[in-house]
Design a protein. Structure first.
Length: 167
């Protein structure tokens, strides 16, 4: 996990790194070791628009405190910020997914039935066969009730994206 996060830190823009460094520097002014304490970390997070609970804060600290010092140095702080950004974007993706689901659920019953799926796929203008539509329905219909509910949407949309790339 930490290795992946370190690689993602490399992908931060200079502007992002500078913003994080400025926030970090505000809280290490009085620190002799150049690190922020776990108490101060909550303040830094709030300054950057995050609002973690004490439990989330402790969990984040435990995940990035590689040297076990109980403090967070700048490299550890960057890893933490990358994780926060990733979680934030994940939430947005889930919101977008819910909105997309509602668009396809024409009658608003909370499910996408075969007719709604067929209508949606045909509206894209991409060539698709009845067999393809039935296969997509089968992939998205987790509980085999003939409908795609919201829980089945992630796999369904992933499959749909894959299918679209093949045309």
């Amino acid at each position: 996990k930490i290795i992946v996060s370190h690689l993602q830190v490399e992908n931060l823009t200079e502007e992002q790194k500078n913003e994080f460094k400025a926030a970090f520097d505000v809280f290490i002014q009085d620190a002799e070791d150049g690190c922020i304490s776990t108490k101060e970390l909550g303040k830094v997070m709030r300054m950057l628009g995050q609002n973690p609970t004490p439990e989330e804060l402790q969990e984040m600290i435990d995940e990035v405190d590689e040297d076990g010092s109980g403090t967070v140095d700048f490299d550890e702080f960057l890893v933490m910020m990358v994780r926060c950004m990733k979680e934030e974007s994940k939430g947005k993706s889930e919101e977008e997914l819910a909105e997309l689901f509602r668009m396809f659920d024409k009658n608003g019953d909370g499910y996408i039935d075969l007719e709604e799926l067929k209508s949606m796929l045909e509206s894209t203008g991409e060539p698709i066969t009845e067999d393809d539509i039935e296969e997509l329905m089968k992939d998205g219909d987790k509980n085999n009730d003939g409908k795609i509910d919201y829980d089945g949407t992630d796999l369904f949309l992933t499959t749909l994206s894959y299918e679209k790339e093949n045309y």
